[in-house]
Design a binder for this molecule. Sequence first.
Ligand code: AMP
Ligand code: MG
Length: 341
Amino acid sequence: MTKILDFTKEINIEEMKEAADAIRNGELVIFPTETVYGIGADATNSKAVDEIFVQKGRANDNPLIVHISDFDNLDNIIEKPSLIEQRLMDAFMPGPFTLILKKKSIIPNNVSANLDTVGIRMPDNIIAHDLIKLSKCPIAAPSANLSGKPSGTRVCDIFNEFNNKVSYIIDGGETKVGVESTVVKVIDDIPTILRPGAITPEDIINVVGTCKISDNIFKKATGVVESPGMKYKHYAPNTECLLVYSNDINKLEDLVKENSNKDTIIIGCNELKNKFRDIEYLSYGNFNDYEEISHNIFRLLREVDKHNKKKVVIMGVKKEGLGIAIMNRLIRSASYNYIER
Ligand code: AMP
Ligand code: MG
């Protein structure tokens, strides 16, 4: 039986301790972070970690991120970071930022999918922080969604996927950021973004003066890639999906018109809603409000399937700042079915 802990108004510390004990006992707990919900297990317990892969249906060559509450004891799990890595950690932890570092053997190989590195993240969310702190172990946690589906940003969206498959689900309300953390690996002294997120290339340049973005951010990755997660189908509703984009909002409107009809549902900006009165339309926020769009996008991708339409047409955003992360997710949602004009 899954126990739901409702911490949307306040944290109940006794219940939090129960969930932390469950982690220490090798059980699974779903918990909120500032990005998306995670499905967590003791990162030093390979049997518990195996169970995450089973319950998510996740490919075992796709490594998990390890979550910490503070820098204490970090040197138990990773080799000493370089100066650049240290500066990135000081600047962006806690926050929506994951750094790939050399792991120590206490982190079992299923966490890292047999790589000698591990992704380390310190969530900026009090529930996540307290759970990790009280469990007294690092927590391996991928996003709480069945593999291939949009990540969960509210408990009601993922409850059916995990009810009776985990010991606890902690409800902390809607997550703030809405897309997963920026994943960075320092390669030849250059921070390289393997997955874009709310920590942008500009943020990283401001700290260490340089930043690269992996070639695979907007295209399909195959074979050996720096970040195995890039290879897989991701974030996809069951409804067929088309992503369209133009810098010019009038051209964007035309593109959507050309590709939609009564059997279509649209996910788009507030500004164009009135132009599609005869078609179901889910607004994700104002055209350039990337924070609002990233907050809403996974919830809307899940909502689409409830409307039983043949196709969803999604308006893309400019590939700048947090818009890079939004487009990285949407291109995958649409299985690379993308038109730009
Ligand atoms: P998720 O847990 O669903 O947020 O996905 C985690 C992402 O981080 C995936 O895209 C992984 O490929 C990536 N990742 C985790 N650990 C590593 C690692 N050691 N090296 C490279 N990428 C990693
Ligand atoms: Mg995921």
